[in-house]
Design a protein around this ligand. Sequence first.
Ligand code: SF4
Length: 109
Amino acid sequence: MNTRRIFLKSISGLAAASAVGVPIEGLAQAAKAPAAKLSETDPQAVALGYVDDTSRADQKKFPKHAASQQCSGCQLFQGQPTDAMAPCTIFAGKQVAAKGWCSAWVKKA
Ligand code: SF4
């Protein structure tokens, strides 16, 4: 194999590695990035009456709501009690506010 052929093979190998490496880096960064905050206007959030602050829950629509009910005290809250935000089993890929509430609230066991 002559020097020119070896050089060209090296270059094409680097290009292929680079092409493969970029998406993998992107996936790794996406996996590390925290989930986006759940918006109160998200259709699923609206359907369940989600609010960032339990004091703003629609008491007429959800008469069983109590001011003491917050996401941080919900069985479906995936964070620690001290976390300001954390994922919720109901809203996959999103974070909910620890002081938030929705009608799927279940008292933490
Ligand atoms: S299911 Fe629980 S943790 Fe999730 S948004 Fe509703 S109240 Fe908050």
